[in-house]
Ligand binder design. Structure first.
Ligand code: 6V0
Length: 314
């Protein structure tokens, strides 16, 4: 039987341990299992985080085995090599696809019942790999998609337009990667169309502003990696947000990665699209009536991912 308050994280590197630390502080779960092929690393991270429990939430945190995750509500997979300077996310595909396959086989072996949350990159491709290798129904396999990119977009817009991030409604779609795009036609600030709000804030050249923001969001990870070698705090909070939505059955719209079966004219691949998320996983994919240019951008993402997936032996 599933323990609704138990979470597992596979991969205790920068992203896995930051996610564990952020989840511990949020208090969503009362049991957290960390697994890593480097057992000592998982143990060290679990000990370090657990030493803060006295000043945070009461919960159990430990390094475990696959047998320990059978009843976890959410199994977060962050294991994999990370992006090296100059390396695109898609360069990582072969390496991380193999790692993902081996992990999913373990999850299937122990008959784990929870939802899978794929975070390792390239996340859209690995969400598809996880789905295919597991044989789970698609609602159970969720990729973190462009949840992080969307947070970056909202942050950059809020800085530029001097408005609270939480008042900005905007979404990044497509691929969590170089072909991602902003669905500008759906963006607004507390209901006011984005263009109108930008004019109000003194930005009249919308094309330049849109271009600048899009490039900055798309290249954010590269800029951080150039400076500190990896990105992990933003994604950790994105993981917390997705878990919150699941644990509290919030039915929130989040741009997660999910396998499409005809939506947006895509079949048999996972794309980052707005979807409603709740305690059973993906409840519905929202098909936004995108503008023609946005549809073209979505097609670019779809083609990019199709080309990768067709070369994978699954
Ligand atoms: P890291 O710090 O190298 O950690 C990876 C961990 O995975 C290491 O501790 C490894 O020992 C472990 N590992 C490797 N193979 C296995 C295995 N078979 N079983 C168990 N553990 C294993 O990398 P980092 O944590 O920085 O990044 C992890 C992944 O997250 C990478 O693929 C990143 O590209 C990806 N990110 C995804 C983001 C997103 O928005 N989806 C954002 C940032 C990073």
């Amino acid at each position: 039987m599933i323990n609704e308050r138990k979470v597992a994280i596979i991969g205790a590197g920068f992203v896995g341990s930051s996610s564990a630390f952020a989840l511990m502080q949020k208090g969503l779960f009362n049991e957290l299992v960390l697994i890593d092929s480097n057992k000592a690393k998982a143990e060290g991270e679990a000990m370090d985080i657990a030493h803060g429990l006295a000043y945070s939430n009461a919960m159990k945190i430990y390094a475990g085995e696959y047998e320990d995750i059978r009843d976890a509500k959410v199994i977060i997979i962050t294991a994999g090599a990370n992006q090296k300077p100059g390396e695109t996310r898609l360069d990582l595909i072969k390496k991380n696809s193999k790692i993902m396959t081996s992990i999913i086989k373990e999850i299937v072996r122990v008959k784990a019942e929870g939802l899978l949350l794929i975070v390792a990159n390239p996340v859209d491709v690995l969400t598809h790999v996880a789905l295919k290798v597991s044989g789970f129904k698609k609602e159970r396999v969720i990729g973190s998609g462009t949840v992080l990119d969307t947070a970056r977009l909202k942050y950059l817009l809020s800085e530029k337009l001097k408005v609270d991030t939480r008042n900005i409604h905007a979404v990044i779609m497509g691929e969590h990667g170089d072909s991602e795009f902003v669905a500008w036609s759906f963006s607004n600030v507390s209901g006011m169309p984005m263009e109108k709000f930008c004019h109000l804030r003194g930005f009249d050249d919308m094309d330049s502003l849109k271009e600048e923001i899009h490039i900055e969001v798309r290249d954010s990870a590269y800029h951080i990696i150039e400076r500190k070698g990896a990105t992990y705090y933003g994604i950790a909070l994105s993981v917390v947000r997705i878990c919150e939505c699941i644990v509290k059955n919030q039915h929130s719209m989040l741009p997660i990665s999910t396998e499409l079966e005809g939506e947006y004219n895509a079949f048999g691949l996972a794309l980052s699209v707005p979807a409603i998320l709740g305690s059973d996983g993906v409840e519905a994919v929202l098909e936004l009536p995108l503008s023609n240019s946005e549809l073209k951008e979505l097609e670019d993402s779809r083609n990019t991912l199709c080309n990768i997936i067709k070369d994978l032996e699954l």
